[in-house]
Design a protein around this ligand. Structure first.
Ligand SMILES: [Zn+2]
Ligand SMILES: [Zn+2]
Length: 91
């Protein structure tokens, strides 16, 4: 199973490696979906997904959060595993 970064050409056999790559390379106070800067990207993303179940923000939420037991994380993880296997899926 190969997972593809939704922002660049990186790919990995492991989701954990992709998450580590994403946080090191792309978690820089900028939302690639809204194309706007945010002081706290995570709180922006949580705000969006609470307001509407936006697919791309849910996957971004999965990529930038640590594993947790919330229902939102569970939904986000399922979507991430499905969509990040498609190398044509981009933010
Ligand atoms: Zn990347
Ligand atoms: Zn956004």
């Amino acid at each position: 199973m190969t997972f593809y970064c939704p922002l660049c050409d990186f790919n990995s056999e492991g989701m954990w490696t992709l998450k580590r790559h994403f946080n090191a390379s792309h978690n820089k106070g900028y939302c690639p979906i809204c194309k706007r800067k945010y002081n706290n990207l995570l709180s922006h993303v949580v705000g969006v997904v609470r307001y509407k179940s936006d697919l791309k923000h849910l996957i971004l939420f999965y990529l930038i959060t640590k594993r947790n037991r919330t229902k939102m994380f569970k939904i986000a993880r399922e979507l991430a595993y499905e969509y990040l296997q498609d190398k044509n899926f981009k933010f």
